[in-house]
Design a protein around this ligand. Sequence first.
Ligand code: ADP
Ligand code: ADP
Length: 228
Amino acid sequence: PMTVEVDDLVVRHAPDRPAALDGVSLTLAPGRRVAVVGPSGAGKSTLISALMRFVDPESGTITLGGTDIRELSPDDVRERVTGLTQDPYVFSASLRDNLRLAGPGADDAALGEALRRARLDRWAERVGWDTPLGEDGRTLSGGQLQRLALARALLCAPPVLVLDEPAEALDEETADALMADLLDATHGHTTLLVTHRLRGLDQVDEILVLENGRITQRGPHAVLAAEP
Ligand code: ADP
Ligand code: ADP
């Protein structure tokens, strides 16, 4: 378990540009889920880039488990923070094999074939998978791709999970179903969820509204959803 602390973060992409993040602070405590919600251009991608150390701040700090991110090597950061992209890649193999290839620890050969299969099937079930696992991964819909990516990530038990607009390109109904499944599957897992829609976030612990690089509101879903 690892706490993420973001303190007064300022990120500027170019000297002549306004700050993309302009004094953002947040705490992600172990096992908690925080959603950052904001319109296009608000700074959501920039926040994710900073958390994965793709960009360095102009000022302010990010600490992961108490260590300043600038003192961590890229490998150390990757071990601590797993980001799920909007367009996850899949191997041209069965879904079960896609889960097997997730990384170290995903496929314990000592378990024997039947137990290994059962274990992968359980992970698929956990993320709301509803098609047979033998199917080829290349034919998946956007929602199923996100479920596969999440199962792969959770199999590796990352200390911190960052979800980037998982329901981005989906129609309303598919997006609602996906968000419900993702929130069920990440329960108790330290997660930062970045999205432009407030809808369906009733399960998260805290919602931060990001606008023009600043957090303008924060609170639980019931409070923010009631705003006019
Ligand atoms: P969001 O993810 O909420 O849409 P972004 O973080 O992508 O917001 O963008 C925040 C602001 O920073 C926007 O004004 C955007 O144009 C700018 N920006 C983002 N990435 C870059 C970049 N690599 N170079 C220059 N400006 C950028
Ligand atoms: P999203 O809203 O999905 O984050 P964006 O269009 O904001 O997508 O950004 C897509 C990519 O383009 C990101 O990697 C972002 O950093 C980069 N980007 C966004 N705005 C700019 C910009 N003004 N100049 C250069 N790169 C940018």
